[in-house]
Ligand binder design. Sequence first.
Ligand SMILES: Nc1ncnc2c1ncn2[C@@H]1O[C@H](COP(=O)(O)OP(=O)(O)OP(=O)(O)O)[C@@H](O)[C@H]1O
Ligand SMILES: [Mg+2]
Length: 268
Amino acid sequence: MMNYARDRTEPPREPAPAVEARALTVVRGDRTVLRGLGFTVEPGRITGLLGPSGCGKSTLMRAVVGTQAKVTGTLDVLGHPAGHPALRPRVGYVTQAPSVYTDLTVRQNLDYFAAVLRPGRRHRDARGEAVTRAIDDVDLASHTDALAGTLSGGQRSRVSLAVALLGTPELLVLDEPTVGLDPVLRRDLWHLFHTLAAERGTTILVSSHVMDEAERCHRLLLMREGEILADDTPAALRARTGSDTVEAAFLHLVDEASATATRQEATR
Ligand SMILES: Nc1ncnc2c1ncn2[C@@H]1O[C@H](COP(=O)(O)OP(=O)(O)OP(=O)(O)O)[C@@H](O)[C@H]1O
Ligand SMILES: [Mg+2]
């Protein structure tokens, strides 16, 4: 073992997590939707948030970007409490329902959001470059001048993604970005996510229903009914549950959790 006191070198530090939650609880209406969650999201990596419909994925993401009400516990994002104004330019968020202006073209949509991010004439050239890069990132260069209202659902969600990429965010929160996309586009988008993580150091938190996408993440948070069932790498999850796929591992953990809940009910 190294003796750091003796040789006076600093011990290697773990990079601070991009997101750190402790006892994170969210109430929506009369339901407790997130139940005392604790987890971290590693910086510069792709973390997949997986779980059945209604388990709380979107709620968790809204809490991370600071748009969710009735959040208690601790939730730190890039070293600030979630929702802190300093995080606005550092966090990109794509909601489950793409929000773009249908009566503007793809470029006009991006020009508009770029101007909101960096107002003023002196930023005009940088804005133009950022817009062109974002359009290229999501592979929509051939549709730059198409009205967003005339795009397919998948193309429209890529415009939303391009908007989120405009500010070169350090943390990108993507709520089911690949729903409704064909397999080729899904593959291309995952390629983009990996490029963003590897080359720009972007931290990506991405939710999905699709279990084969889980295999493409560096780490996974598996959720069920407002709780986290597992927080691990895909390989470790498969190994731990003796499963061939993440889907089988997830089902194994769900069955295990249900059996435990039933036992607890029986002893109450
Ligand atoms: N406005 C609301 N008032 C009360 N309950 C709500 C509200 N919005 C969502 N919920 C409940 O919160 C729970 C979690 O919803 P959430 O949208 O986070 O799930 P999800 O995992 O993203 O589901 P999906 O995969 O279908 O998008 C659900 O049970 C839902 O019914
Ligand atoms: Mg959702």
